[in-house]
Design a binder for this molecule. Structure first.
Ligand SMILES: Cc1cc2nc3c(=O)[nH]c(=O)nc-3n(C[C@H](O)[C@H](O)[C@H](O)COP(=O)(O)OP(=O)(O)OC[C@H]3O[C@@H](n4cnc5c(N)ncnc54)[C@H](O)[C@@H]3O)c2cc1C
Length: 511
């Protein structure tokens, strides 16, 4: 045994023995010695149910994983703690980055070139080169195929356009026909059901069982709570963690990024609380980049809601949308990444809420909008509409002279093909703001996405603190860290979840 191996084993054994001095049947548990948690963790004497593959979480990643493992013949259960399925995925904005699609919209609409390599480079640059390149490459290479899968096998439909969103250098962001992530979760649910798996709702995973810290020691199963009932489920082949991020857990996000206090709203569903990260850590899993937590710059200012209307400011930059402060001045290059836009807003000062996005009628369809969303947005007061800029300014309580001046300058930059103020690239697809009617929507940053999470390899195996895969433990989706570096480019999460979810489902059955 090498010196490293000796020290690694003795360290883990010391932790294990210290944590669970309860004799035979003790489970690996790296909780703090002496805590109640540490004392009670004993391996189950018998298992209530036995499955081949246990998937935790019913969002994009979990559904894709369950569909693939069941398709490969594994007896698969898909566990979901909430009373309904879908997590953040089902409420998501439906924008999906893929360099191509079966209709070749980008080419047909003359929106320039793109390639998996260009997408890959954008992911790296957009995350300040903190991404694990091998993982980012798999997303870029697999995005078009992931989109084709939900369209061809699941029946998902798209709007006939593509947009160029902040940080992307190409028009590659597709919009779901329904305008929400449900378009793809329903498609994935159908594929999974075709193979016999339905989400098992109201079933919370409360522990991951692993006997000991020997690198060869596999994960054995999970403990779950259903109502008051506690049960233990055995996994013959693998446990796949697809439990999403932890944006709703204020203590957890502040322990990694103290700036993200409860003063910030959050776009996520209530179940994005991150306990699975901790259970995985307790059985030896490594994490990375947990401090990289994204703010969505365009959430509804008072509630943090990310509804269909809040996606317009995200989809608009490639078609000429304008962002202004409540003083009527531009404050950022509209084609910038989310982190740059969000902190540009925050740095305007504590009374700067809200900022506004301004677009015209002509931009709506190209930027993936829909008349029924406009109508609904106007009815609910999410959009403000006016025939002229002074009228829009008056309705939004923005100083009219300043806004008129800002818009006139912006129109001139568009004519000149050059933005001397913020250096935004002007593309032929961008519309001028010369002609109304005009629309405005208020926006403010809200906590949105966890770039950090569990460390995995290209096979989606969860890696322990010493760099070895933990046998029979896989993870995919937002629970995984390192794909997007310091900042995820918008619309890259869906392909990430589907690409790695499918990989996890396929690999899990090989164990
Ligand atoms: C409002 C909103 C809009 C978004 N829009 C877009 C977009 O348009 N495009 C894009 O690319 N990305 C978007 N994102 C990001 C993207 O939707 C998420 O990153 C993605 O949905 C995560 O999928 P997932 O499968 O990893 O996790 P989720 O979809 O969050 O699913 C995880 C599931 O695991 C369950 N779970 C957690 N813990 C347990 C437990 N202990 N036991 C059992 N179950 C558990 C949760 O309840 C949840 O249902 C958006 C995010 C939000 C919040």
């Amino acid at each position: 045994m090498s010196k490293t191996e000796v020290s690694r084993r003795s360290l883990l054994q010391a932790v294990t023995v210290g944590a669970v001095a309860v004799g035979g049947g003790a489970a690996l548990n790296m909780a703090v010695p002496g805590t109640a948690e540490a004392l009670v963790r004993k391996l189950p004497g018998n298992w209530d149910e036995t499955w081949d593959v246990i998937v935790v979480g019913s969002g994009f990643a979990g559904l894709a994983a369950a569909a693939e493992s069941a398709a490969a013949g594994a007896k698969t259960i898909l566990l979901e703690k909430m009373p309904s399925y879908g997590g953040n995925s089902i409420i998501n904005g439906g924008v999906f980055a893929a360099w191509d699609d079966k209709w070749h919209y980008r080419e047909k609409l003359n929106l320039g070139t793109d390639s998996p390599e260009q997408h890959f480079q954008d992911i790296l640059k957009g995350g300040d080169y903190y991404s694990i390149p091998e993982l980012a490459k798999l997303v870029a290479d697999g995005s078009a195929d992931a989109l084709a899968w939900v369209v061809d096998e699941g029946g998902a439909e798209l709007r006939p356009t593509v947009t160029r969103a902040g940080g992307h250098t190409a028009y590659r962001t597709h919009a779901a026909k329904s305008g929400v992530g449900r378009e793809y979760t329903e498609a994935l649910r159908k594929i999974a059901e075709k193979h016999g798996v339905k989400p098992t709702l109201g079933t919370e995973v409360t522990w991951i069982w692993r006997a000991d810290a020997d690198p060869k020691s596999p994960v054995l199963g999970v403990e779950v709570k259903r109502g008051k009932k506690v049960m233990n489920l055995k996994a013959n082949k693998a446990v796949i963690l697809a439990s999403g991020g932890f944006s709703q857990n204020v203590d957890m996000r502040m322990s990694h990024n103290p700036r993200l206090t409860s003063d910030y709203n959050c776009t996520n569903h209530k179940g994005a609380t991150g306990e699975i990260h901790k259970f995985a850590q307790a059985v030896g899993a490594d994490t990375l980049q947990m401090n990289f937590i994204q703010l969505y710059p365009y959430a509804e200012p008072e509630t943090g809601l990310l509804d269909a209307q809040a996606v317009y400011p995200f989809n608009g930059p490639g078609y000429g949308i304008l962002y202004v402060s409540k003083q009527g001045k531009r404050f950022v290059n509209e084609l910038e990444r989310r982190d740059v836009v969000a902190y540009a807003q925050i740095n305007l000062g504590k009374d700067a809420k809200p900022t506004w996005s301004i677009f015209t009628e002509a931009m709506i369809l190209p930027m993936g909008g829909a008349p029924e969303e406009i109508e609904d947005g106007l009815k609910r007061g999410r959009f403000v509409k006016a025939d002229t800029i002074p009228e829009l300014a008056q309705k939004c309580k923005i100083p009219s002279d300043t806004l008129v001046d800002t818009v006139n300058k912006y129109i001139q930059y568009h004519k000149d093909g050059k933005d001397p103020e913020f250096n935004k690239p002007i593309t032929p697809a961008m519309f001028s703001l010369e002609k109304g009617p005009y629309y405005a929507i208020a926006q403010w940053p809200a906590v949105h996405f966890c770039m950090g999470g569990l460390r995995t390899n290209a096979k989606t195996q969860v890696i322990d603190v010493f760099g070895s895969p933990i046998p029979k433990l896989y993870a995919a989706g937002e629970v995984v860290g390192g794909v997007h570096g310091s900042n995820r480019l918008g619309s890259n999460a869906i392909p990430t979840c589907i690409v790695f979810g499918r990989t996890a489902g396929r690999n899990a059955v090989l164990d």
